[in-house]
Design a protein around this ligand. Structure first.
Ligand code: DSN
Length: 433
């Protein structure tokens, strides 16, 4: 197989000597990805850079071990160390989030959410979640997901005038449909989630409230977003977004739901846990407990607000008019550039974003009106609010170049981006150290 162009000029990573010797082709691809992550401005709000320690933990011999079951109750022997690793992760999760119970075994966010269905609903039961094009997630009962075909998904959205969650609609739907589960949280929600309001509605209709905090887990851990703990029965989160851990997930709950949650994850849905991931989750949670992580979480929000302000000053339409968290959703309708065209042009300019629907989008999800950006990754590299006007300028120039088909302008931006990023080495990358 010949390597893609992007992989060819990149030296194999010096940090992977065994891989480079055994499989130079694959090592070159890893090296190319390291270089790409080093050179570009990564604005996808669900992505981040993990620390070298988290990265090392994911590559340990813990991955050689099968451990179906839970600490002290396994179906395989030889768990002397694994039990301690998982217990460490569980105890750290409980401490960081202030929860009574934590399960660190879900493979990722979608299986974690599916486990919540398995624990608290029967196939065909009604579930209430935020509609995907309004900012929710596939697994909150959207039609093409198993959660919307095996269960009866009823969806709430945002108000057309404010783009904020319409709690009158949520309450009305909950009273009328009597869902077994209500999901709150999402993937394109730029504003604070009112967990108390959701909790009140869930209690009124006797539904289980699942707060999916995948996007904002790091902000919650760092005190930059209110916690769902007093209001939600179950909290679902991935560990690799603002929480800055490995690709994995956790389910947290009140003690009274612990048995149901654990049984749903294993043996209900999964086999052996990924122990190397569990170890890396433990490391990330230790990092999240440090005072510096609070600073990080608040800096993520400050950067997003500064970036939103700079984009507004350049005449961009932002869904809900701005942001309270790590995420900014830009509606490009007034710029006459479809989201996908803008996202692909920005990618060529070294600015990595994703195209995204905006609420009430007249365009199709595969070719929507918006782009979604966020500040977790650039904040991990140490960029501060003083740099956000520059980031907004690049986005603006990139969008204008996309409208005109000006490839030269994109190349100029790409060089400028790489120059700035070289001054901000990314955690965990050998490149630029
Ligand atoms: N794919 C994630 C995101 O980008 O928001 C959600 O699962």
């Amino acid at each position: 197989m010949s390597l893609p162009q992007s992989a060819q000029p990149q030296p194999a990573s010096l940090s992977h000597p065994a891989l480079s010797a055994a499989d130079p082709e694959l090592a070159a691809l890893v090296g190319a990805e390291e270089q790409l992550q080093a050179d570009t401005l990564r604005l996808i709000p669900s992505e981040n850079y993990v620390s070298a320690a988290v990265l090392e933990a994911t590559g340990t011999v813990l991955q050689n071990k099968y451990s179906e079951g839970y600490p002290g109750r396994r179906y395989y022997e030889g768990q002397q160390n694994i039990d301690l690793v998982e217990t460490l992760a569980v105890e750290r999760a409980k401490a960081v989030f202030g929860v009574e119970h934590a399960n660190v075994q879900p493979y990722s966010g979608s299986p974690a959410n599916l486990a919540a269905y398995l624990a608290f609903a029967e196939p065909g039961d009604t579930v209430l979640g935020m509609s995907l094009p309004m900012g929710g997630h596939l697994t909150h009962g959207w039609g093409v997901s198993a959660t919307g075909t095996w269960f009866r998904g009823v969806q709430y959205g945002v108000r057309p005038d404010t783009a904020l969650i319409d709690f009158d609609e949520v309450r009305d739907l909950a009273r009328k449909e009597r869902p077994k589960i209500i999901f709150c949280g999402g993937t394109a929600v730029p504003r604070t989630i009112d967990f108390a309001a959701f909790g009140e509605i869930a209690r009124e209709v006797d539904a289980v409230l699942v707060a999916d905090i995948a996007h904002i887990a790091g902000l919650v851990a760092g005190g930059a977003h209110p916690s769902p703990v007093p209001h939600a029965d179950v909290i679902s989160t991935t560990t690799h977004k603002t929480l800055r851990g490995p690709r994995g997930a956790m389910l947290m709950s009140r003690a009274s739901h612990a048995k149901a949650v654990d049984k749903a994850v294993f043996p209900g849905l999964q086999g052996g846990p990924h122990n190397h991931t569990t170890a890396a989750i433990a490391v990330a949670l230790r990092e999240a407990a440090a005072p510096s992580f609070r600073e990080y979480a608040h800096a993520v929000v400050a950067n997003a607000k500064a970036l939103a302000e700079a984009l507004l000053a350049r005449g961009y339409d932002l869904v809900s008019g701005g942001t309270d968290n790590h995420l900014v959703l830009i509606d490009l309708t007034s710029k006459d550039v479809p989201g996908k065209v803008a996202a692909k042009a920005l990618d060529r300019a070294g600015i990595v974003v994703n195209y995204n629907t905006v609420p009430f989008d007249p365009r199709k999800p595969f070719d929507p009106s918006g782009i979604r950006i966020g500040t977790p990754a650039l904040t991990s590299r140490g960029l501060g609010t003083d740099r956000m006007p520059q980031v907004a300028e690049w986005i603006d120039r990139g969008v204008q170049a996309a409208a005109k088909g000006d490839e030269d302008a994109l190349t100029v931006i790409r060089t400028e981006v790489a120059e700035l990023m070289a001054a901000y080495p990314a955690p965990g990358l050998a490149v630029g150290e």
